[in-house]
Design a protein around this ligand. Structure first.
Ligand code: 5GP
Ligand code: MG
Length: 177
């Protein structure tokens, strides 16, 4: 894999597509085991989670549903600290086991806002699955149930993650040089 240019920055290969797929298989196996009796509702947070959500769903064998919400907080390579709901939750969650599916948890603000919505809707069990977690950036006390990879506080693109809208199509995950 080579360095790629997205807009005005260069990025180097960080997590390969094969490693991502391997880790998703492991997480899906755990979820298949842990939630076999639950018929959970998966809630993907758009835009970033669309690839992870799709690949995770393909590996699930339990009965489940999926829906999406669209939240945004990032502007360029920085979190703005403000979460805007662009498309809200379209399904009742009352009493249900829900699994929030995120591409990456950075400060935790987005997940924190999502948890407020789910608690207000009286969701039953609330579970969080994220492909990537930046432990050093986390500012909220959030229990993350399934983590693909812990990553440093660097800016990543690819596999759903964008830089100013571009780079989501990359099969691998890249880090800004
Ligand atoms: P948080 O609310 O946890 O601070 O940020 C979560 C959201 O910010 C993620 O869903 C993702 O969209 C975006 N984000 C956080 N870190 C990165 C990163 O390194 N690269 C990209 N492209 N987006 C990120
Ligand atoms: Mg996101």
């Amino acid at each position: 894999m080579d360095v790629v240019r997205v807009n005005d920055f260069d990025f180097r290969p960080f997590i390969s597509h094969a490693m991502i797929q391997q880790r998703i298989k492991e997480i899906a196996a755990q979820i298949n085991h842990d939630l076999a009796k639950e018929k959970p509702l998966f809630i993907g947070i758009l835009n970033g989670s669309f690839m992870f959500a799709a690949d995770l769903m393909r590996e699930l064998s339990i009965k489940s549903e999926i829906t999406f919400v669209k939240l945004s907080s990032y502007d360029g390579t920085q979190s703005t600290g403000e979460v805007i709901t662009r498309i809200g939750l379209d399904k009742p969650v009352k009493g249900r086991t829900v699994v929030v599916v995120e591409d990456i948890i950075d400060t935790g603000k987005t997940i924190h806002e999502m948890l407020k919505v789910l608690k207000a809707g009286k969701a039953g069990r609330i579970i969080i699955a994220t492909l990537l977690l930046k432990p050093d950036a986390l500012q909220y006390d959030i229990k993350v149930d399934y983590v693909g990879f812990k990553v440093p506080n660097d800016f990543l693109v690819g596999y759903g993650l964008d830089y100013d809208g571009l780079g989501r199509n990359l099969r691998d995950i890249y880090v800004k040089i």
